[in-house]
Write a protein that binds this ligand. Sequence first.
Ligand SMILES: [Zn+2]
Length: 474
Amino acid sequence: MGARIRRRRRQVFGLSLPRLPPGAYPDISIHNPSPENALNPTGRRFRGFIRSGFCTLASILLITVGCAPEEAGQPPEAARTILFEGARLIVGDGSPPLEEGAFLVEDDWIVAVGHRGEVEAPQEATRVDLTGRTVIPAFVNTHIHLSSDREERIEQLRHNAYYGAAAVLSLGVDHGEAPFNLRAEPVPGAAISLTAGRGITRPEPGRSEVPFWIDEPEEGREAVRELAAEGVDIVKIWVDDRGGEYEKLTPELYGAVIDEAHRHDLKVTAHIFSLEDAKGLLEAGVDAFAHGVRDRDVDDEFVAMLEERPHVVYVPNFPNPGVERDLSWLAGTIPPDELVELQEGIGQGTEPSESFRIQARNLERVHEAGVTIGFGTDGSSPWMAHLELEAMTWAGMSPHEVIVAATRNSAALVGLDDLGTLEAGKSADFVVLDGDPLGDITNTRRIAAVYLRGDEMDREGFSARLLAEADDPR
Ligand SMILES: [Zn+2]
């Protein structure tokens, strides 16, 4: 795999970490915040304390370590420790949820997970009561398209975080330096952005000119060498004639790309449409599909080929089924008039489209066969994640299986070993929900808080700013 995210990593196991001496916290930290306050950092009571967009209550409580400017001669930053108690914990690996769970976060990291009362915390730890809530790992979206403009991309990464994503993979139309710079230096309060850089396809005049257009195997190999040198996270290829409009990558071409990628320790994910191409790609050693099979129902041969290649990850992404769906939960980031338009545009039907059904049947079939399912939404709408999660349950996956696909499985696909589960040693990236998604997957939309790398994202502040900007276009 490509270079991993490098972040400040302290010793995370055990409790032998440097800590603030007793009394070092400001007075306010001795009070256990009620969950309501802890989860509403910009609430009236604390508004005066806000210093910056991402300086949220968790860090406000620890203002001396989290947000205060460094003074010359200060001792090294001390650990910041928070014990979260009482929630139902969905670990993300498919194991039964931990009822009345507790987990300890130190700086960016989860250092202990267990039941309430079992997880030891230092005396000075901040305690956050999450009774009645459910915690899931933050999502990893392995198929999205981000802007290559730095500021726009950061805004998109914040927006993705707002809807619960810890990391997203921008799949094949990135250019310039910003994607790589942001990959190397994640922005606080924003999802990590992985990049496939420029994907590889045949010449497709009239479509994006960002990808490599290749006609010869050697051109494909050269493209991969360039991508490897840039440090992409994965290689993206398109194998699709777009309804007969273009030549598509032949087995000889994608075979060369896949071979060269593997020589550079890079995985290859393929945009596909047809079953025939999907089979050819499996023969050639592809690692993942960035779409399900879309032209027909998959057959026994395809399922058998997948079973012989247990490392391959199948990432569906559903088209709009065209049925009525309530989008009112988007009010946090979409102005009322746009929301009305969006609601009208999503469809009024009662039956999903045929295209949707083919893909749903195919997901059901490969999932039943035990194939690893990943998560990706395509497009650039951060909130699509929640519609996709729901759509996956319409294809016969249980809510729990869908959550595993969107957390552990997807983190593994893109090599983010620190993400994807709520376990000691993992990065503290999680979503606090007001409802239980195991009973109803749409409860993933009822987000009370998002924590990224140990910090609570200022969702209210982000929402307020986005809606105010929409209200007052400059
Ligand atoms: Zn795409």
